[in-house]
Design a protein around this ligand. Structure first.
Ligand code: HEC
Ligand code: HEC
Length: 449
């Protein structure tokens, strides 16, 4: 394995963790939407990080679950997706799941945006639904080992649980090895960011947002902030060349719509719930339907009270450095940290677990904070048999004590432990004072969004 490929594999793995940006307001031009769809789903923008054979060889690393060498392609794909929490591609992808793609004349393989931003629910894959089953760490480590290489030890947790991922830290690390003119530095800048792993937000909210990312500090029109993702291997000139393509991809993202709730809804109950929502929730989350208004409110940390690590972990130095680069020239990040943006709730039924860190498995627990589990086991897939239509969200099992002896890593990643850095489940207590009946009406209404 040649050395530059090895370095690239690592850097790209790192890069991937980055996140991007977007915008709002104007309704996207249909031709741009279509160009963006094609650009996002049929093209790889990174050099290969792994050999094409790593996909098939990864299975040999699963111990007693390793599939036989002659397992048919379809059965292998299903096992691979189950193992790493990936989903079948709803577009032609050469037999690979969403998030992986052939790269470099098909001799290699790479990850793309949909490794995190491609999810499924009820057996249906959606581009733009956050991937709530992904085990990013296992995926990157196994593909690398399958190529007979090792990833260097990471300075931070990529993910301790399935479905969360430390996108922010990757972006922080990438920025730290670029100067203000985006030339590459040998010695990283001490930018001081300390970000936690996060749940992945759905792309279908972008059309309503004027600011984006969980802290609402980036203008949602920024295309360049998405390109941070490519800092691992692209020069400033190359980033400039990619910008128009990613403007189209942004238009595509803004055209996406959430799937409809697939079960029956009690219309009279939902109508009563709408009244509860109007009294208790609209001021932050806005109104829905054709005349819906989204207030785009960023709520102070002291008021929202959810885990502060994401909001506080983006250091002033990192933001200041970002703002000296081309990436921020048109839309600089807001130097002031306020707290968390109250997101639109369109398609909220489909995006459990809730809050920016995915710490609350159901809407019922979100709206009654004493019912939130401190440690829980997530279901093995997004099949509807694991979906809870009463609590609305994923069925979960409470795990009372940390397992002893510790579980093997593969099983341990199914357990979400709110005592870990960035993963606490407090705050957002706006549903606590509701009567049980009113809360259940409210949940019925939320199914309609
Ligand atoms: C490793 C996982 C990962 C990858 C890969 C990734 N993202 Fe993200 N993305 C995230 C996470 C996590 C967030 C939330 C970050 C935050 O606010 O701190 C996010 C946020 C975003 C947002 C803002 C959404 C909002 O409503 O605030 C956009 C837009 C976005 N990503 C686009 C992309 C695009 C385009 C790519 C590919 C070039 C990409 N992402 C690759 C994980 C990822
Ligand atoms: C004072 C403003 C405010 C009020 C009032 C409020 N929320 Fe929120 N809500 C927020 C913020 C901010 C977040 C994001 C917090 C985070 O992720 O840490 C949020 C998150 C949520 C989420 C999770 C979104 C996701 O994608 O994970 C849901 C669901 C929600 N709120 C529903 C409600 C409902 C229902 C009510 C009324 C009972 C309500 N909220 C009242 C500010 C508010």
């Amino acid at each position: 394995m040649n050395r530059s490929l090895r370095i690239r594999g690592f850097v790209v793995a790192g890069i991937l963790l980055l996140s991007p940006s977007w915008s709002s307001g104007d309704s996207p031009d249909p031709a741009a939407v279509e160009r963006g769809r094609v650009a996002l789903t049929s093209t790889g923008y990174l050099k290969p990080g792994w050999s094409g054979a790593a996909y098939r060889r990864a299975g040999s690393l699963w111990g007693e679950n390793a599939p036989a060498a002659d397992t048919p392609a379809d059965a292998y794909a299903a096992a691979f997706n189950q193992r790493y929490g990936l989903h079948p591609a709803p577009f032609p992808n050469d037999g690979l799941p969403m998030g992986l793609r052939r790269a470099g004349e098909k001799s290699g393989m790479q990850i793309d945006c949909m490794v995190c931003h491609g999810g499924s629910i009820g057996g249906q894959s959606y581009v733009g639904l956050g991937n709530t089953t992904l085990d990013m760490r296992a995926l990157l480590y196994d593909l690398t080992r399958a190529d007979d290489r090792r990833l260097p030890p990471s300075l931070f947790h990529l993910n301790t649980a399935r479905g969360t991922v430390n996108a922010g830290m990757i972006s922080a690390v990438l920025l730290s090895v670029r100067n203000s003119d985006l030339s590459v530095r040998k010695i990283p800048l001490p930018l001081g960011a300390n970000l936690p792993e996060l749940d992945v937000p759905p792309w279908w909210h972008l059309a309503r947002k004027t600011t984006m990312y969980y802290d609402g500090r980036t203008d949602a029109r920024s295309v360049r902030s998405i390109l941070q993702f490519f800092l691992a291997e692209k020069s400033l000139e190359e980033l400039k060349e990619l910008e128009p393509t990613f403007r189209d991809i942004q238009a595509y993202m803004k055209s996406l719509k959430p799937p409809k709730y697939p079960f029956a809804i009690d219309a009279a109950k939902a109508e009563r719930g709408k009244t509860v929502f109007a009294k208790t929730c609209v001021k932050c989350h806005g109104t829905y339907g054709p005349d819906g208004h989204y207030p785009n409110r960023v709520v102070e940390l002291a008021v929202i009270g959810t885990d502060p690590a994401r909001a506080q972990g983006l250091s002033d130095r990192l933001v200041a450095h970002y703002n000296t680069t081309w990436l921020a020239e048109d839309y600089p990040a807001d130097p002031e940290m306020v707290g968390y943006q109250a997101p639109p709730l369109d398609g909220i039924w489909a995006t459990a677990p809730y809050l920016h860190n995915g710490s609350v498995p159901t809407l019922a627990a979100l709206l009654k904070s004493v019912d939130r589990p401190a440690r829980f086991k997530r279901p093995p897939s997004t099949g509807l048999e694991h979906y809870d239509q009463v609590q609305v969200g994923w069925k979960f099992t409470v795990v009372a004590d940390p397992p002893s002896p510790p579980l093997p890593p593969f099983e341990a990643q199914f357990i979400y432990d709110t005592s870990r850095f960035g993963l606490s489940n407090g705050g957002h207590r706006f549903g606590d004072d509701l009567a049980d009946e009113a809360r259940s009406d409210l949940i019925e209404y939320l199914k309609t969004l």
